[in-house]
Design a binder for this molecule. Structure first.
Ligand SMILES: Nc1ncnc2c1ncn2[C@@H]1O[C@H](COP(=O)(O)OP(=O)(O)OP(=O)(O)O)[C@@H](O)[C@H]1O
Ligand SMILES: [Mg+2]
Length: 311
């Protein structure tokens, strides 16, 4: 088995080295399947462009689910190997993954959210992870199969921008994923790359749950005027063009940035804000999507069985 090596070499340089231990005969694939079978729903958050708010959306969406009846039943996999920031946003930076009789356990954040991130394995903030694709995939695989996630209703996966190694690894390792949520900002530049993210999900046969338009307008707290800093309506338009559900618009709110920086989840700190209300509405929309998907799958299975009986 190859173990994640996040440390530095004796020379002090980050290495791509992996440590080989004797193969204990455990089939990696079935180990992953066994662990993942305990998690009912897996949802990844992706985008075409960087910095559009994926990590912010992942954390607040997970928190919204946790406050909406799924307390102690939500996990986040921070699959941004080179730029992990979920622990910072959740205020659990500095925690470590725990090793116990059950194996390696995730760190635990507010409302019992279980979190696994490369950040927990790095010695300090200055240490970069300089890994090529296969090693990143191996790390993600181990995050999924070697960590004792336990029984969860939801696992949200935060990914780096684009359609590179990490999103590809997740899609390949979790073929039964429920779907992806695509985050964009309203600008035209962002819309162009959203199309790539949609095409990517479709090629990987992963349903698109919907598009979220983040940083959608700013209401001046002094005069109340709404200013469309990154233009307006781009996410909604692209959802319509590509025939994808539009999940909603999150406005620019300086408290989102401040709360993330101080590590207190925004929707807990500012539950009455417009943005928090939108996050809470996403819960119902995702649940609706999952119900429809389950019905469709049930109907398809019944159809297949019926055909088999007729043969
Ligand atoms: N609606 C919003 N209002 C105000 N600030 C926001 C909003 N959404 C995100 N931010 C801020 O924008 C910055 C980028 O957000 P975030 O890190 O979530 O983006 P990302 O898409 O995950 O970035 P990357 O592509 O680097 O992973 C952060 O400082 C975050 O706090
Ligand atoms: Mg991010």
């Amino acid at each position: 088995m190859t173990q994640i090596s996040s440390g530095e070499s004796k020379s002090g340089k980050q290495t791509e080295s992996t440590q080989k231990t004797p193969d204990r005969g455990v089939d990696e694939k079935s180990k992953l399947e066994m662990k993942m079978a305990k998690i009912k729903h897996k949802i990844a958050v992706i985008s075409g462009k960087g910095g559009v708010g994926k990590s912010t959306v992942t954390v607040n969406l997970a928190m919204a689910f946790a406050t909406h009846g799924y307390v102690n039943s939500v996990g986040i996999l921070d699959a941004d190997i080179t730029g992990p920031c979920v622990p910072k946003i959740l205020g659990i930076k500095g925690q470590k993954l725990q090793t116990g009789t059950q194996g390696i356990s995730p760190a635990v954040g507010p409302l019992g959210i279980r979190v696994v991130s490369m950040d927990f394995l790095l010695p300090n903030d200055e240490t970069p992870v300089i890994w090529r694709g296969p090693l990143k995939m191996k790390a993600i695989q181990q995050f999924l199969s070697d960590i004792t996630w336990g029984d969860l209703d939801f696992l949200f996966i935060d990914l780096p921008p684009g359609t590179g190694d990490e999103p590809l690894s997740i899609m390949q390792l979790l073929p039964d994923m429920d779907g992806v949520v695509i985050v964009t900002i309203p600008s035209e530049v962002s819309q162009i790359v959203v199309k790539k993210a949609v095409t990517f999900a479709r090629r990987m046969n992963v349903p698109v749950i919907g598009i979220i338009e983040n940083m959608s307008g700013f209401v001046c707290p002094k005069c109340g005027e709404k200013v469309d800093i990154f233009s307006a309506g781009g996410g909604e338009k692209i959802a319509e063009d590509l025939n994808i559900p539009f999940l909603g618009k999150i406005p620019i709110d300086p408290d989102i940035c401040k709360d993330s920086d101080k590590g207190s989840p925004f929707i807990i700190e500012h539950p009455k804000s417009q943005a928090s209300k939108v996050f809470m509405k996403f819960v119902g929309k995702v649940e609706e999507f999952l119900e429809k998907k389950a019905k469709l799958e049930k109907a398809l299975t019944a159809n297949v069985k019926e055909k088999e009986v007729k043969k």
